[in-house]
Design a protein around this ligand. Structure first.
Ligand code: T46
Length: 150
């Protein structure tokens, strides 16, 4: 997989350090405040994605910083910053996609061997989620008009 080209704001790509020992395996390293651009407070992973039609995510966060990886298999990650939308197909354990604040993200099209790993800079907080798309767009656009008008 080539490095994904990111077109939305509050995102980006991180390439992790790795050692490829061919048939003896690959070793991939993520270091907080180094290759990962924040202190890691929480790690979670999603497995057993047997329903190829499953839809996960469909929300944005107010403050949380995350990096999302496809450590095995593949899935599609749709990103929406309130103005621009793009969908990236992830299938490499090396590339992490930044899920910064105020970035609507949706995961679909999972291979049945897909394993998703997420690194986060804070503990779980239900109050940090924006689950309503119109609320999300209003929040993003309100912020933009405030910064234009002072
Ligand atoms: C995100 C995407 C990429 C917890 O109690 N603690 C946790 O740390 C997490 C991540 C979830 N939960 C609970 C909350 C829900 O009752 O687990 C349940 C399933 O979570 P959710 O429906 O939010 O899962 P996804 O896959 O839609 O979203 C997850 C993360 O929640 C979210 O922050 O950005 O992965």
């Amino acid at each position: 997989m080539e490095s994904p080209a990111i077109q939305v704001v509050n995102s980006g790509v991180v390439l992790l350090q790795f050692f490829d020992d061919g048939k003896d395996g690959k070793l991939v390293i993520a270091e907080g405040d180094r290759t990962v651009p924040f202190e890691i407070k929480r790690v979670y992973y999603i497995t057993d994605l047997e329903n190829a039609a499953a839809v996960r995510g469909k929300h944005a966060h107010k403050k949380l910083e995350q990096l999302i990886f496809c450590v095995h298999g593949s899935f599609d990650l749709a990103l929406d910053d309130g103005y621009t939308r793009q969908t990236i197909s992830l299938s490499s354990p090396y590339y992490g996609i930044r899920l910064g604040p105020k970035l609507w993200h949706t995961m679909t099209n999972f291979s049945d061997d897909c394993v998703i790993l997420v690194l986060a800079n804070d503990y779980y907080d239900d109050g940090d989620y924006i689950r309503d798309y119109h609320e999300f767009v209003n929040l993003v656009r309100e912020g933009a008009s405030r910064s234009v008008h002072g």
